[in-house]
Design a protein around this ligand. Structure first.
Ligand code: GDP
Ligand code: MG
Length: 391
C-alpha cells in the first residue's frame, strides 16, 4: 500500500537507464528502501528486481523490473531497464511511455557505449526529461566526478536535451542500501530533482485509446494478457478494442480484465501502466509492438517520409555510407520492424549527416507525423529519425 496522501491522478512514469553494471538495479532498490522507511511503498530488494532465472545466472537485467512508490506529493511507477547491449531492444520498448528517465552513470567509469545509446533511444521515444544519477560516488574523488558530469552534460546536449541545466546528483546506491546517512540523503536529493525537473505530464485522456504493447503473456485458463502504458484515451472492462499491427489487419477483441500492479481496475487512462486481459485473440497472434486501440481509430501504414540523422562512426554509427535498398530495423514506439530505405537522389548518404528518406516497413504499424524512431543495424543504433509524413 502506498502512502495515503499520495495523489489519485495517474502516476508519473519514470525509469532507470544507462550502461550495464553502472548500478541501475541497485539504485532502484535503494530508492524503494529510502521511501519504504517513510511509508512511501514497499522495499523491493535487488534480487526481486533482477528476477528471471536467466538474469540470476547472468547477473543482468533482462525483464524490465517494475516497481511503484510514492513521495509526499506524487505517485511513481519506475521501470528498471536493462543496460546490456544484448537487450537494447527491450530497453527501447520499455522507454515508450516514460515521462522522465534517471540516467545512471558510474562516476568511476564515466560515459560508456550504452550510456550514449540509451540517451538517444530515450530522446527518440519522446522521453521529455532526463535526470542524471552519478553513481558509485563513494569510490571516487570529486574531480573525477566533475569530469564525468561534464561529459554527461555534453552527451545530453548533443542528443537534444538541456544538458546545461539537467540535474546531476552524486549518489551511492550501495551506500544508501547500507543506510549511510550521507547516501540516503543523496537518494532524497535525487528524488527531489525528479520531482522538480519532471513536470506532471498532460494526459490525453479524451483521445481514442492507444496502448503500445510491451509484453504478452498467457494466464492459464483466462487468456491472453498484454502489458504497457496507456498512451492516449481510456479503457474499461468490457470495452471492444482492436489489436493493430498484425499481418491480417486489425483484430477485434474484448477487454475482459484490467489490472495495475496486481490490483484489479474498472478503468484505466492515459499514463496508467496496465495489464489487459483480452478475449478473442490467441497468444500467438500478439507481439510486442502491436497496439491496442479504440476500434476504427487507427489505420496502420507501411510507408512514410522521414528525416534521419545518421550517427558517425565516432558516435557508434556506421563507417560505410547508407544506400537506397538498405534494410535496417526501425524502432517505433514498442515495435521493432525491418524497413527498406529509399534516399531518392543522391542514393547514398554518409554517416554523420542528416538526410531525408522514404521508408517501406515490412509490416504495418500505426504511424503519425512527428513520431520519433531509432534506426538499428546488427545490434547497434545507427540513426535517429522523425516521421515527417505518412504516405
Ligand atoms: P546495472 O547493470 O546498472 O543494473 O547494475 P547493478 O545494480 O546490477 O550493479 C552492478 C554492480 O555495481 C554490482 O556489483 C553492484 O553491487 C555495484 N554497485 C551498484 N551501485 C554501487 C555503488 O553505489 N557503489 C559501488 N561501489 N558499487 C555499486
Ligand atoms: Mg540491472
Amino acid at each position: 500500500a502506498l502512502r495515503p496522501g499520495a495523489r489519485t491522478e495517474p502516476a508519473v512514469n519514470i525509469g532507470t537507464i544507462g550502461h550495464v553494471d553502472h548500478g541501475k538495479t541497485t539504485l532502484t532498490a535503494a530508492v524503494t528502501q529510502v521511501l519504504a522507511a517513510r511509508g512511501g511503498g514497499a522495499f523491493v530488494p535487488f534480487d526481486r528486481l533482477d528476477r528471471t532465472p536467466e538474469e540470476r545466472i547472468r547477473g543482468i537485467t533482462v525483464h524490465p523490473g517494475l516497481v511503484e512508490y510514492a513521495t509526499d506529493t506524487r505517485r511513481y511507477t519506475h521501470v528498471d531497464l536493462p543496460g546490456h547491449a544484448d537487450h537494447t531492444r527491450t530497453t527501447a520498448a520499455g522507454l515508450c511511455g516514460l515521462d522522465g528517465a534517471i540516467l545512471v552513470v558510474s562516476a568511476a567509469d564515466g560515459v560508456m557505449p550504452q550510456t550514449a545509446e540509451h540517451v538517444l533511444l530515450a530522446r527518440q521515444a519522446g522521453v521529455a526529461h532526463v535526470v542524471v544519477a552519478l553513481n558509485k560516488a563513494e569510490t571516487c574523488e570529486d574531480d573525477d566526478a566533475v569530469r564525468v558530469e561534464q561529459s554527461v552534460r555534453r552527451l545530453l546536449t548533443a542528443q537534444g536535451y538541456e544538458g546545461g541545466s539537467a540535474p546531476v546528483v552524486q549518489v551511492s546506491a550501495v551506500g544508501a542500501l547500507a543506510g549511510r546517512p550521507r547516501w540516503t540523503a543523496a537518494v532524497d536529493a535525487l528524488l527531489d530533482a525528479v520531482e522538480t525537473y519532471v513536470p506532471p505530464p498532460a494526459r490525453a485522456v479524451a483521445a481514442p485509446l492507444l496502448l503500445p504493447v510491451v509484453r504478452v503473456l498467457t494466464v492459464t485458463g483466462r487468456g491472453t494478457v498484454v502489458t504497457g502504458a496507456v498512451e492516449r484515451g481510456t479503457v474499461r472492462v468490457g470495452d471492444p478494442v482492436h489489436l493493430v499491427g498484425a499481418d491480417g489487419g486489425p483484430r477485434a477483441c474484448t477487454v475482459t480484465g484490467l489490472q495495475s500492479f496486481g490490483r484489479p481496475l474498472e478503468r484505466a487512462a492515459a499514463g496508467d501502466r496496465v495489464a489487459l486481459l483480452l478475449r478473442g485473440v490467441p497468444r500467438e497472434a500478439v507481439r510486442r509492438g502491436h497496439v491496442v486501440a479504440a476500434p476504427g481509430t487507427l489505420t496502420p501504414g507501411r510507408d512514410f517520409a522521414a528525416r534521419v540523422r545518421l550517427l558517425s562512426g565516432r558516435e557508434g554509427g556506421r563507417t560505410a555510407p547508407v544506400r537506397t535498398g538498405f534494410r535496417p530495423q526501425f524502432h517505433l514506439r514498442t515495435a521493432d520492424l525491418t524497413g527498406g530505405v529509399d534516399l531518392g537522389a543522391p542514393a547514398l548518404a554518409r554517416p554523420g549527416t542528416t538526410v531525408a528518406m522514404t521508408v517501406r516497413l515490412g509490416r504495418p504499424a500505426p504511424l503519425e507525423a512527428g513520431l520519433g524512431f531509432a534506426v538499428r543495424e546488427g545490434g547497434r543504433t545507427i540513426g535517429a529519425g522523425t516521421v515527417t509524413e505518412v504516405l
